[in-house]
Design a protein around this ligand. Structure first.
Ligand code: AGP
Length: 627
């Protein structure tokens, strides 16, 4: 939540910062701001609302300079106002900070340490600017306690890095932070604890951002900061320290994402582009991981030998939101293929229980961003308790990727829309491959394994076919656009599909929807049904087809409109439903990869028809880095 960009180099900073903010807008879009240093001054411009509002405001302002920072906000402390928008400054206006995270003890610091300082915002972040101010002042005139506000201008003789370091040692909470000082126009300070920060290494130019997307147009050489690290960056290089001024030596690494992957490529929305990316990126998830001859999969990053793999007697899949629905499909796969009892845990619940784990438990953290605070905390807890902890992650170099003892990148490429689509289908692919890999060491025969490998090989083409339902889905959406409620139903592997279809609809259209397993209807939810309450049900040809069909009959008897996702050639579906969307058949465990596609399109077309902001739905941010 919240996106940070910083630039120091030889180019005009403003266009780089604004373009970078647009890349990070998915992380928050309540308000935005930039600060650029030039000729001994810092110009700061902020605006409430989306980046476009800031860009409009900047049109009438001259903001030259080759050094600056910028921020797009998802409000935590303090309402959505210009005063609360970042970057924030100290009393003198010389120290400017942009922050992602939460400073938990800001009130305490304000009352105990910063008496006399003038605060102009209601944010927790502003405390950082004043703390740095106080320690900076202290470094100019040693032994000045308690920490006073600056009187008049400050000389450029202070030690900015040490001042930031001392300030950070006082705070409790989380931060991704960039700091600039008017009197140090060649120095950018960046620091991280709990909120991601990446340094991009160019040719005499450096970038800092919450993820790599703002820098992909300029460099693919990056350094991921770890928690407790602080970087001092100048146009000539950077040095990394811990919070006790000790040097930390890190090499930059090459990332293989490129800028065009983070573009809409002519389509009106990132979400649509990402839905249509799915047949391509699933090939990236599968590449090099399927072993035809042995009817298995091999995910090398697991970092477990066969003896360890055989010792696992329980799997726990930890995730939030859409990732947790992918995890539910993973549970079916692990239990069916590997015969290992598997649980899905919502991370925010898991972290506050006292989970019973041991060294025979394998825990996977599943996350697109790899930065979801609850998932990270849950995985740390699992590690503490001695379980094997692995990641299934999209964002390269993200916290979960770095903190787990192995795991797999899902290779979905940058996902920019807040509503997750291609990451979900690639997560399922990876989890089913893991289940196959474990299953082949236990009870899956080579013949069954080969059938699944073959189904994987065909999945991309079938996803293309499922995408061809888009026009049909749009027509159905037009028919149902006035409805205020929807019920999604599925059974077995298609129950998570129903949950995901319902979440997508809620997230981007704000229409109320519920999702239930088909068999659970008669235990309560059936009371909701009426001609005004349409049901979207997944009734593809699998082992639960007849059961699902009976559930649909029950709905028909209550006269609720029925939209069915059915397998191509199933004529009976037409008799049962008001509308049918046909999808190609595949092996049952892979059905969610196909069957979710029309539901993603359903939510997308509905949101467009209702004039909603598809890529940036209200109140949401893509990466939930706070509790
Ligand atoms: C998906 O559409 C949502 N925006 C949300 O549920 C998301 O899946 C969840 O916050 C988990 O994010 P992660 O995969 O980055 O951990």
């Amino acid at each position: 939540m919240c996106g940070i960009v910083g630039y120091i180099g030889n180019k005009e900073a403003l266009p780089i910062l604004v373009k970078g903010l647009r890349r990070l807008e998915y992380r928050g879009y309540d308000s935005a701001g930039v600060a650029v240093a030039h000729g001994g001054n810092i110009k700061r411009v902020r605006a409430v609302g989306k980046i476009d509002n800031l860009a409009d405001k900047l049109q009438s302002e001259k903001v030259p300079g080759t050094f600056g920072i910028a921020h797009t906000r998802w409000a935590t402390h303090g309402g959505v106002t210009e005063e609360n928008a970042h970057p924030h400054s100290d009393c003198t206006g010389k120290i400017i900070v942009a922050h992602n995270g939460i400073i938990e003890n800001y009130r305490e610091l304000q009352h105990n340490l910063l008496v006399g300082h003038t605060f102009v915002s209601k944010t927790d972040t502003e405390i950082l600017a004043h703390l740095i101010e106080a320690f900076y002042q202290d470094s100019v005139k040693p032994a000045n306690t308690p920490l006073p506000p600056s009187e008049g201008g400050m000389a450029a003789t202070g030690d900015l890095r040490t001042a930031v370091e001392k300030a950070l040692r006082k705070v409790r909470g989380t931060y991704g932070l960039v700091v600039m000082h008017q009197d140090h126009p060649d120095t950018l300070i960046a620091a991280r604890l709990g909120s991601p920060l990446v340094i991009g290494v160019g040719d005499h130019e450096y970038f800092v951002a919450s993820d790599t997307s703002p820098m992909l147009a300029y460099t693919q050489q990056v350094v991921f900061l770890d928690d407790g690290e602080l970087a001092e960056i100048t146009p000539n290089g950077f040095q990394i320290y811990n919070l006790h001024s000790q040097r930390v030596h890190k090499q930059s690494e090459q990332i293989d994402w490129n800028e065009s992957e983070a573009e809409k490529n002519g389509l009106p929305h990132f979400m649509l582009k990402e839905i249509f990316d799915q047949p391509t990126v699933i090939k990236d998830a599968l590449r090099g991981r399927l072993v035809e001859d042995d009817g298995t999969a091999h995910l090398g990053g697991l970092n477990m030998g066969e003896v360890e793999m055989r010792s696992v007697n329980r799997v726990i899949l930890i995730a939030c939101g859409t990732a947790s629905y992918a995890a539910m499909v993973g549970k079916y796969a692990f239990e069916r293929l590997a015969g290992i009892p598997t649980e899905v845990e919502v991370a925010s619940e898991f972290r506050y229980r006292d989970p019973i784990l041991d060294n025979h438990t394998l825990v996977f953290g599943i996350s697109q961003s790899g930065e979801t605070a609850d998932t990270i905390a849950a995985l740390r807890e699992a590690k503490r308790k001695g379980a094997f902890v692995r990641g299934v992650v999209n964002v390269i170099g993200s916290t979960i990727a770095r903190e787990t003892d192995g795991g797999t990148y899902i290779h979905a490429g940058p996902e920019m829309a807040v509503a997750s689509t291609k990451a979900y289908t690639n997560m399922i692919a990876v989890l089913v491959m893991y289940a196959l890999q474990f299953g082949r060491l236990r009870r899956v025969t080579v013949a069954t394994g080969e059938r699944l490998v073959k189904a994987f090989r065909e999945i991309s083409v079938k996803m293309e076919q499922a995408l061809q339902t888009s026009d049909k889905v749009k027509q159905i959406v037009e028919k149902y656009q006035g409805h205020k409620n929807f019920l999604f139903l599925g059974r077995g592997v298609n129950f998570p599909v129903a949950l995901e279809g319902s979440l997508k609809l809620k997230e981007i259209t704000y229409i109320h929807s519920e999702a239930y397993p088909g068999g659970e209807m008669k235990h309560g939810p059936i009371a909701l049904l009426s001609p005004e309450f349409p049901v979207v049900a997944i009734m593809t040809k699998n082992q639960l087809y007849d059961k699902m069909r009976s559930n649909i009959e029950e709905i028909r008897a209550r006269k609720a409109p029925i939209i069915l996702i059915a397998t191509e050639g199933d004529e009976a579906a037409k008799e049962l439903a008001d509308d049918v969307i046909y999808v190609p058949p595949t092996m049952e465990l892979l059905e969610p990869i196909i069957n979710t596609i029309p539901l993603q399109l359903f939510a997308y077309h509905m949101a467009v028809l209702l004039g909603k902001d598809v890529d940036r739905p209200r109140n949401l941010a893509k990466s939930v880095t706070v509790e």
